[in-house]
Design a protein around this ligand. Sequence first.
Ligand code: NAD
Length: 481
Amino acid sequence: MQLLKQQFINNQWVASKGTCLLDVMNPYREERIAQVTAGDEADVDAAVHAAQQAQPAWQSLGGAARAKYLEGFADALEARRASLITLSATNNGKPLAEAEIDLEDAIACYRYYAKRANALDARQGERVDVEMEGVEARTYHDPVGVVGLITPWNFPLVTSAWKLAPALAAGCTVILKPSEVVPLPEQALAEIALEIGLPAGVLNLLNGDGEGIGVPLTNHPGVDKISFTGSNRVGEAVMHAASARTASVSLELGGKSPIIVMEDADPDQAADWVMAGIYFNAGQICSATSRLLVHESIAEALYTALAERMDALTLGDPLVEGTDLGPLTSAKQHDAVQRYLDTAVEEGLTAVRDGQHRTLPDHGYFLAPTLYRDVPVESRLWQEEIFGPVLCARSVASEEEAITLANDSAYGLAATVISGNAERAKRIGKKLKAGSIWYNSEQLVLPETAWGGFKQSGIGRELGPWGLSAYLEVKHVVGPA
Ligand code: NAD
């Protein structure tokens, strides 16, 4: 069994000052596969000190030089492809094909920000047109400084890449804190830092939980910014802690995203996109389109097509090719989703599929893919992020009703619109309050386009030029021409 009792600080693995160990599980086998330190405030102090020492030289290196290291991360991840996919599937419970997507998207992100780091040098000192005569003004983009990056367990390689790649491109030095639930895949980033000769202190990786590492990191006066991906409950705590020293935060939080299917859609094609939007990673995806709004004239046909596809899903060992749905990633998440299923029974919801006729594997934190129809908008299942394989559906009488109900949410992370008329789908999409809108498509995540939420889904954007701006301060130098 693997023991993660060490922290990666200043390019060295050093013993954590934390004395408590947490179990890391294989959710399919329900077996402990590792133990990880809970971490300690003293670990955070040492990592922040290393990052502070390293930051000026890393900034001075310039974007083009930093770009080479980002390419190095991409190449080294590529070289570890097979082992990382297996590790992700084992620790997270996601099927191999989904673990591959986590890796692929991460690699694409490092390569994308290598390009943007290269372009950053040419943007330094750009002249700004000012109306006042005899005055020269130039724009510079300085790194924010030392940043704390906190990631969740559902897509470890991608959520860390979306922070680490732009932060390093910008010239920030970082302290990365993986989730204690799925800490194994991100350990490779520290190995890679050594392999590619990243200067000491630029990337520090601290293992631990919220109490041991997350809280001292967000409270640390030496940390200039926190970029957090995770739950709203913790996101609010992070924002509160950062406000005490007016530190900047980026927050990527939860969602309860709608998927709209209009009457001119092909129910079979629509069913494929609906399935991909909710049962991918067993529904443990922030952008899961977990609220289905279907036009009443095709609702029955769509529910039938969905039920057929749900029955055909193979639940089983994530490491076996052909598995569609793995277990939930932890017993805690399994139990949290089960509580929603119990609430559905108490609320008397109508199930199209609720797992009653399905035999689950005899071990693993499995839940059957579930679909409720005619769900009242007051239902907790309609309103709250469940983060599991649970789809709630309602029929609508018109486009206007679909838009109103889609926007009637505390969240605004993503949405999908399906219509036989692409122009109509785009028009509906423009009226939705969410950061990512897909039309007639599965969820395409592109490094060039922004990721982030309206309303309670977060603050700020990752990916694209916006993701880089999150780690840059704008500075103007002004004086006589
Ligand atoms: P979580 O909030 O429980 O944990 C996230 C991270 O925060 C972990 O590393 C955890 O150790 C750390 N943490 C816990 N308490 C902390 C504290 N008080 N201070 C600082 N750090 C602390 O979330 P999770 O269960 O790991 O992930 C699931 C959630 O993440 C879902 O709500 C999902 O929607 C969200 N998510 C959002 C996005 C997005 O891009 N918007 C992407 C992935 C996941």
